[in-house]
Design a protein around this ligand. Structure first.
Ligand code: NDP
Length: 480
C-alpha cells in the first residue's frame, strides 16, 4: 500500500508522530494509501527549513528561479499519465477529466508563473519637477499554501507556483482527502533540482497540520482555498499577527439564461457547468434561472440530456460523472436532496445514489440531480452543496433575476446567456460576483484576477495579482 511522506528540507520524511491516516479511494470505498498525520512538530521543521532556504532563494536571479519552475512543469508533462491516474484514483473524477484538465493545468501554472516573473515590473511615479518614486517589491519570506480536494494538483500548484516565482519559500498542505499528487509533485521537485527547503509539503489534517501553518509566527502570508467556514477560522487566527491573507472560498453561483440566448450553446454548456467534476468545482453554476418564455423548452431539453449522462467508475471512458470525493461528502449531498424535497422541490431527474457492481459497489456515486419548484430564498438555493445538484427557477425580468442571483451570501462566479449586448453589460455590472462569464463558462485566461466577493473570499489570485500578493511593496521617494 502506498505510504506518503512529508517533503521537508528537500527530503521525503516520515511524520514526527509516526502516525498515519487512511486514505480512501472514492470509486471503491477502500483504503488505498496512508497519509502522514503531521502536527506542529513537522510544521516547525518545515518552517525552519524554509527560513534557511529563503536566505538564498530570495536572492536567486529570477531567470534561475524560472528555469527550475519550468523544469518542474516539464516533469509534470512527462509524468502526466501517472499523475492523472493518481488524481482520478484519489478524487474519484473520471480519468479523462484529470488527463484533459487537472494535470495540464498544473503544468501550465508552473509555466505561467515561471515566465510571469520575468515580466513582472514595479511601478514608478514621477512628481513633475520635485521627485520620483519607485516601488521595490520583495518576497515576503515563508508563506503557507493550503488547498482543497476538488481540483487537487491544479489548485495546489496555482498557489505554490507564484509564491516560489516571487522568491518566497513555501510550507504547503494539500487536502488530507486527496494528497497523492502533491506527494508525487514533491518527488518531481527533487528530480528538478529545486533547492532544499524552498518548498515543503506537510500532509495531515486541517485542524492540526493546517492550523499549525496558519499559527506559526514565521509564516508571513496564507493563501487558502477551501470552505467559507474554514476561511473564517483562518482569518480569525491570522488577524492578530497581521498576516497577509488570500482566501478563495465557497460559491453558490447563478447561471442566468435569457430567452434571446444561443439556445443550443446555453443548454450544452449548462450541462457541463452543472455537473463537471460531479458538480464539485467552486465555479459550477448550481442555481439555473431561466426566462419564463423558454422555461419549459429549456427544462425539457436540459433534463433529457442530464438523463443521458453516464455515472460510472473513473476508468470507464463513457463516464460523464465519476464518484464524489468521500463518504461524508456523499451523505452531505444526499441530505441536501432530502432537504430540497422537504422544502417542496420536485426532483426532475436523479435524486439518488447509484450503486455500481463488483469492485465499485461501495463507491460514492450520485445521479446528476435537477430540482424545480423551490423558492429562491430557501436553504437549498442559498447554501453551498458542492455536488451534482442544480435547481431550475423561472424569471420574468432582469430586475427579478438580479435580485434572486444576488440574494446569497456568496459572490464567486456567474454565467449569463444572452445575445443582447447592452443587457450583457448591464447584468455584468450589477451581478455581485468576482467572475462573470457571458455566453461561456470556465474560459480561463491565467492573467485575469480570480476570486470572489462577499463570503466567497478576500483578495484575487492569477497573473500579477498573485505576484503582488506574494511580495511586499516598498516605496522609495527621491527628491531631484
Ligand atoms: P475545507 O475548507 O474543508 O478544507 C480546505 C483545506 O483547508 C484542506 O486542506 C483542509 O484540511 C484545510 N483546513 C481545514 N481546517 C483548517 C484550519 N483550521 N486551518 C488550516 N487549514 C485547515 O474545504 P474542502 O477541502 O472541503 O473544499 C471544498 C470547498 O472549497 C468548497 O467550499 C469550495 O467552494 C471551496 N473551493 C473554492 C474555490 C475558489 O477558488 N474560491 C475553488 C475550489 C474549492 P483537511 O482536508 O484536513 O480538512
Amino acid at each position: 500500500m502506498l505510504k506518503l511522506k512529508n517533503y521537508i528540507d528537500g527530503e521525503l520524511v516520515e511524520p514526527a508522530s509516526k502516525m498515519y491516516i487512511d486514505n480512501y479511494q472514492p470509486a471503491t470505498g477502500a483504503v488505498f494509501s496512508k497519509i502522514p498525520n503531521s502536527d506542529e512538530k513537522d510544521v516547525q521543521q518545515a518552517v525552519a527549513a524554509a527560513e534557511v532556504a529563503f536566505q538564498t532563494w530570495s536572492i536567486t536571479p529570477k531567470d534561475e528561479r524560472a528555469r527550475v519552475l519550468n523544469k518542474i512543469a516539464d516533469l509534470i508533462e512527462q509524468n502526466a499519465d501517472k499523475l492523472a491516474q493518481a488524481e482520478s484514483q484519489d478524487n474519484g473524477k473520471p480519468l479523462k477529466l484529470a488527463q484533459k484538465v487537472d494535470i495540464p493545468r498544473a503544468r501550465d501554472n508552473f509555466r505561467f508563473f515561471a515566465t510571469g516573473i520575468m515580466h513582472f515590473a514595479s511601478e514608478s511615479h514621477a512628481m513633475e519637477n520635485t521627485a520620483v518614486n519607485y516601488t521595490l517589491r520583495k518576497p515576503l519570506g515563508t508563506v503557507g499554501c493550503i488547498s482543497p480536494w476538488n481540483l487537487p494538483l491544479y489548485l495546489f500548484t496555482w498557489k505554490i507556483a507564484p509564491a516560489l516565482a516571487a522568491g518566497n519559500c513555501v510550507v504547503a498542505k494539500p487536502s488530507e482527502v486527496t494528497p497523492v499528487t502533491a506527494y508525487l509533485l514533491s518527488e518531481l521537485c527533487i528530480e528538478a533540482g529545486l533547492p532544499k527547503g524552498v518548498l515543503n509539503i506537510v500532509h495531515g489534517l486541517g485542524g492540526s497540520a493546517g492550523s499549525a501553518i496558519v499559527n506559526h509566527p514565521d509564516v508571513k502570508a496564507i493563501s487558502f482555498t477551501g470552505g467559507t467556514q474554514t476561511g473564517k477560522a483562518i482569518a480569525r487566527a491570522a488577524a492578530p499577527e497581521f498576516k497577509k491573507l488570500s482566501l478563495e472560498l465557497g460559491g453558490k453561483n447563478p447561471n442566468i439564461i435569457f430567452a434571446d440566448c444561443d439556445f443550443e450553446l446555453a443548454v450544452k454548456t449548462s450541462v457541463m457547468s452543472s455537473f463537471a467534476n460531479q458538480g464539485q468545482i467552486c465555479l459550477c453554476g448550481s442555481r439555473i434561472f431561466v426566462e419564463r418564455s423558454i422555461y419549459e423548452k429549456f427544462k425539457t431539453e436540459f433534463v433529457s440530456r442530464v438523463n443521458n449522462m453516464v455515472v460510472s467508475h473513473p476508468d470507464d471512458p463513457k463516464a460523464n460523472l465519476g464518484a464524489v470525493v468521500s463518504k461524508p461528502h456523499k451523505e452531505k449531498i444526499l441530505s441536501y436532496i432530502d432537504l430540497a424535497r422537504e422544502e417542496g422541490g420536485t426532483i426532475l431527474t436523479g435524486g439518488e445514489e447509484v450503486v455500481l457492481e463488483g469492485d465499485y459497489k461501495n463507491g460514492y456515486y450520485i445521479r446528476p440531480t435537477v430540482i424545480e419548484g423551490l423558492d429562491y430564498a430557501c436553504r437549498t438555493n442559498q447554501e453551498e452543496i458542492f455536488g451534482p445538484v442544480v435547481t431550475l427557477t423561472p424569471f420574468d425580468s432582469e430586475e427579478e433575476v438580479l435580485k434572486m442571483a444576488n440574494s446569497t451570501d456568496y459572490g464567486l462566479a456567474a454565467t449569463v446567456w444572452t445575445e443582447n449586448l447592452k443587457r450583457a453589460h448591464r447584468i455584468a455590472r450589477d451581478l455581485e460576483s468576482g467572475i462573470i462569464w457571458i455566453n461561456c463558462w470556465l474560459l480561463r485566461d491565467l492573467r485575469t484576477p480570480f476570486g470572489g466577493m462577499k463570503s466567497s473570499g478576500v483578495g484575487r489570485e492569477g497573473g500579477f495579482e498573485a505576484l503582488k500578493f506574494f511580495t511586499e511593496p516598498k516605496n522609495v521617494c527621491i527628491m531631484y
